[in-house]
Design a protein around this ligand. Structure first.
Ligand code: PXG
Length: 444
């Protein structure tokens, strides 16, 4: 390929194979971003776009926060990179201590990754290795959930429950079962917060135990609120029930909090909202407010400690990444956590939750609105599919929002999702839902 001179705007869109994107449609009508500040993106052609989805559920502090920018700049000057295997740097330990202090119960240890997908695969591997070092190596089976999204690694898509993410990729992990989805429209339509119906769906774990025997089950992984599949909150009492059944049979419980961590549901971790302590929590996204890639797994003390035996010169867990606890990511995360604390952004979500729910549920009654769900600072609006087939109305809505309403939303099929930065003002909530109302009418 011949090279082009560098310019401000890309003049050839062909080379970049975009992730989870309709590439051909994009390249005919690109949706391009150039700058970002606070609640807004700015397009290269000068439009100001309201950010309805915190980038991709990650920029919880709002964009371009000076403290985070300064921390990254200073760290790049001071030390660009440090190897994480057998060697450390102070910010990695500081950050791990702070995260452990924020997490509930004895989730006291942190394993760093660079994404949510790596965090999920790490948690699953820790679960399997834990049973090995604990003398119960027959516990190899994993349990996920239908309509769960646990990233795109082979472990994550195996426990995940999104058909399209699985069906092209071979046989995946064997020995995986899935709990049923917690969503049932006829029982739950237009719910605010946690639906009253559905706690009994956790009992399906009893049937899986009955089928395979508890002695073969390693771990259950669920999102406290399924994010990617259209914001499906756990029903009231569901997570407690799951914890009880896991305790009864000694099965590890993993909460995938890649989306729900760092304030989205009004707490550092959703585990706190539900008063349930899982054995591991996966996180990513909001830990650095999206500024530098980072993820990780919070692990309970007992699980971590089970590995700390054998000769002291020996590696205890054969796992890790070149960029685990990257200095730039650690610096960005420490600055991000400072902002969350100083501005009480998690508490802000709880204070806004009622007003947010009112604003989003006011869209009920617009054409083709089949269901609306709100929780924390998340809103999802299911539209009926159009004659163009599943996902077409949603795709039209994405384009209408971006090009005509200067609003960035996320779509999952025909579901429109809002998850704005946690700094959103009350008037911006009104502005956002007004724009979304116009979008919904335009694609009717
Ligand atoms: N677990 C959960 C619960 C997630 O939501 C991942 C793992 C994977 O994280 P990485 O960093 O590997 O992407 C996610 C990611 C959407 C959307 O449209 C959601 C995610 C990613 C992209 C889009 O809702 N979540």
């Amino acid at each position: 390929m011949t090279s082009n001179a560098s310019t401000d705007l890309p003049n050839d869109l062909a080379a970049y194979w975009m992730p989870f994107t309709a590439n051909r449609a994009f390249k005919k009508a690109p949706r391009m971003l150039g700058r970002a500040k606070g609640m807004h993106y700015h397009t290269p052609d000068g439009r100001k776009v309201l950010d309805g989805v915190a980038g991709l559920w990650c920029v919880n502090t709002g964009h371009g926060r000076e403290e985070i920018v300064a921390a990254i700049q200073a760290q790049a000057q001071e030390m660009d990179y440090a190897p994480p295997f057998q060697i450390g740097h102070p910010k990695a330990f500081q950050l791990a201590s702070r995260l452990a202090a924020m997490a509930p119960g004895d989730l006291d240890h942190v394993f760093f990754t660079n994404s949510g997908s790596e965090a999920v695969d790490t948690a699953l591997k820790i679960a399997l290795a834990y049973w090995n070092v604990s003398g119960q190596g027959a516990r190899t089976r994993l349990v996920g959930r239908v309509r769960g999204y646990n990233g795109v690694g082979f472990g994550g898509i195996s426990v995940g429950g999104m058909v399209a993410n699985r069906k092209y990729f071979g046989s995946l992990l064997t020995g995986v079962d899935h709990l049923p989805t917690t969503y049932n429209r006829s029982e739950q339509a237009f719910t605010r917060g946690e639906p009253a119906w559905g706690a009994h769906l956790a009992d399906e774990l009893e049937n899986i135990v009955g089928l395979h025997d508890a002695s073969t089950l390693a771990a259950v992984i669920v999102e406290p609120m399924a994010g990617s599949t259209g914001a499906l909150p756990a029903p009231q009492g569901y997570l407690k029930r799951l914890r009880e059944i896991c305790d009864k049979y000694g099965i590890l419980l993993i909460f995938d909090e890649v989306i729900t961590g760092f304030g989205r549901l009004g707490h550092a971790f959703a585990a706190e909202r539900y008063g349930v302590i899982p054995d591991m929590i996966t996180f990513a996204k909001g830990v650095t407010a999206g500024a530098v890639p980072m993820g990780g797994v919070l692990v309970r003390k007992g699980i971590h400690d089970a590995f700390m035996k054998g000769p002291e010169h020996a590696v205890e867990l054969f796992h890790g990444y070149t960029y685990s606890a990257h200095p730039l990511a650690c610096a960005a995360a420490l600055a991000t956590l400072d902002i969350y604390a100083r501005e009480d952004l998690f508490g802000r979500v709880l204070r806004l939750e009622q007003l947010w729910g009112d604003a989003v549920h006011a869209l009920r009654g617009l054409p083709h609105v089949a269901d609306i769900r709100t929780i924390g600072l998340v809103g999802a609006i299911d539209l009926d599919p159009s004659d163009g087939g599943p996902g077409k109305r949603g795709f039209d809505a994405l384009n209408e929002a971006f090009h005509k309403q200067d609003l960035l939303i996320r779509t999952a099929g025909d579901t429109l999702v809002l998850a704005p930065p946690l700094i959103i003002s009350e008037s911006q909530i009104g502005e956002m839902t007004e724009k979304l109302g116009k979008v919904i009418r335009a694609v009717a």
